[in-house]
Design a protein. Sequence first.
Length: 296
Amino acid sequence: MGDAAQLYAPVVRDVDGAVVVVLGADHPGFSDPVYRRRRNALAALALDWRPGEAVPEPGYSDAEHGVWRAVVRRLEPLHADYACRAYLEAKEDLGLPADRVPQLREVTERLAPLTGFSYLPVAGLAPLRDFYGAFASSVFFSTQYLRHPSMPLYTPEPDVVHEVVGHANQLAAPAFAPLYRLVGDAVSRTRGEEALRFLSRVFWFSLEFGVVEEAGEVKAYGAGILSSPGETAAFRSAEIRPLDVVAMGTVPYDITRYQPVLFGARSTSHLVDTLAGFFSTFDDDVHARLLEGAAR
């Protein structure tokens, strides 16, 4: 999302109307015709889906289940050591399977009773306004594909592991789910594209890559950290700056490397109070005032 948009594989239709996911030459699956056909088929399922219909359920292969198992197995001890308490408690309550890829229907069945959120399919990158705006209706648009099996611990783009292990576990937390809804409400009040990008950067440095202090230790709550074994193992080496929405909304970032700068809250209550205060009031006028104040 946000500044990361250019790194998503575009989803297009060719001259015959077939759905094609355009992988870059440096993508691990670029030279794998079987993987590319699978990506195209999963994207077509999402593009053909219409609201009100049952969410499509791809029959995942043994190899795809193996990718899921490999990532979840590597993340388990890392989460125990480095995830914040709210995430760990929500993860236990949600109870995602560790041995197979859950269908989005199953994610919704587990998540909705906890915080009211549901999962719906998307072929690839959703426009910022659509993706964030859906949060107001307690909807999270998720991809259904998995990273290439040759590199199960790496993905150049968010896949279903990131969307579910990272975000669904986070959305199961009563402390975090309301923040998503506030983001969605803020989108409905925001007209300018610059203001929308500012909002997306604050989301990036908080709900994607945020950290919080607990019992004198820095713990992660961001979905981008906690869905990546590498990020989870490395985030404490980053420069941790105090929570500051103006800085978060203006600092550029690069998703192709471990994040060198993160923003940390003093506690979960400090985190929630700060983000709720920002998201609940943000609009174009607030954006303009924040930038004006920063320029003084």
